[in-house]
Design a protein around this ligand. Structure first.
Ligand code: SF4
Length: 132
């Protein structure tokens, strides 16, 4: 969701491993990974001004920050498009976004590493001895 609008919808595995909206890819690019060997393949960088939510621009709300922006984005709101079973996206260039942010295996590794960490026995609490 960006500025109150759902820009991409789908199940968690699909969205995390095959995002087709630049905002989804941008969010995933900024996720901290739980192991130094894990590398996020997606690297969409969103820069620029965030429009005011009380004075939204015409067209796509992400146009001022999107690295895929074209002229059409500044005048037309992209409609919802089905790109897979129960996967919808609002982006004129979702094919190119998907092509430049290929299906990531990082999500599977992320889940496996997170589960491994969560299965660890709880650490002993650190006890502090007050100094006189
Ligand atoms: S419609 Fe245009 S500005 Fe909006 S996310 Fe897609 S490419 Fe970017």
């Amino acid at each position: 969701m960006y500025l109150g609008m759902i820009v991409e919808q789908g199940d968690a595995v699909t969205l995390f491993s095959m995002p087709q909206h630049p905002y989804s890819s941008g969010l995933l690019s900024s996720v901290l990974l739980p192991h130094p060997d894990l590398v996020m393949e997606s690297s969409v960088s969103l820069k620029g001004e965030i429009p005011s939510p009380i004075d939204l621009p015409r067209g796509c709300f992400l146009a001022s920050r999107c690295p895929f922006v074209i002229d059409r984005c500044r005048s037309e709101m992209p409609p919802a498009e089905m790109v897979g079973p129960s996967h919808t996206v609002h982006c004129f260039r979702h094919d190119e976004v998907a092509a430049t942010t290929p299906a990531s295996k990082t999500f599977e590794a992320f889940v496996a590493e997170s589960e491994r960490i969560l299965r660890r026995p709880a650490r002993q609490p650190i006890r502090f001895t007050p100094q006189p």
